[in-house]
Design a protein. Sequence first.
Length: 343
Amino acid sequence: MQLLSDSSPLASISYKIELVSQFSTGGKSMEGILTKAFAFAVFVVIGALARKFKVLDEKERQFIARLVLNVTLPSALASSLSSLTLDPSFLILLFLGMGVNVVFLLAGWINSRKLDRPDRIFSMMCTPGFSVVIFVLPYAQSFMGPEATLSVSLFEVGNGLMVLGVTGAIVTAILGHKSDQGRLRQMAGQLVSSIPFLVSVLMLTLSLLRLGLPSPIKATVDLVAASNSFLSMLMLGTLIDLSLIKKHLKVISRVLLMRYFLSTLIAAAIYLWLPVPQIVRYTMILSLFSPITSISALFAERLGGSKEVAGLAISVSIVISTVITIGILILAGEYMAPLAGAI
């Protein structure tokens, strides 16, 4: 299976990665891809229903979120990246993760010039920011092989730098007051305490140094990582609450239309011109259409935006992104069918 174009600057990725990809991906049909994609959608629906019918209360939902963010998600990253050797040319994806956030932040600023301060904060914080590792990583692990997981991790490092620090600093500089500096320092602290971010940086560093995890640790994280896909999708479902959508439909629509419009334009540019293997382009396109990250909404509230509006925007973006992702998998299914591995 030839995943790398001979003319691509990334064609020097180690043969080890290609072998791992070929070994871990079976001859799955398009039907298998769609079955898995719809299974993920069902997990999201289960989470949403569990919230609506109060099967899970607020404390239980928070426990699931902490379990995913601090245990299963970091384990999934460590498990997937431990067998890879990172070519430095792949670092272009890190800068892509930062660059698209800058573009989306600028669009959020322009799109909100006539709005009041809370809505401007919401627009500038929630137009950028991508829930990549929670939303895209399960698909990458299941359908696309190790190159895709590596791509997600690199994009997330750039995205994480923006979401967990830089974006908030820029918004504070434009719209904030001196009293916001304490909040800004608190936000910066989130960056160095984010376990998924730190695990991504650690594993990418080990990959650059051609080092791996010891076998006992690798076996343990593999076991924990097996539950990440289900729990991540379930957690996303528990975030969905559309009960007040009519009240804030105008401002949410304004932000989401801009967000998905830009995602479409940049996705087309990536597909046509980004000098990376095709499977990496598909992964980056899925990343662009991922939902708003809950961290962006949290920071929007801390800077003076509306928690209610931000939470609704996340709920709507999860629904839209799930539908778009299934559509992308259908369109790209002929290419990805040979890459689909077991969940």
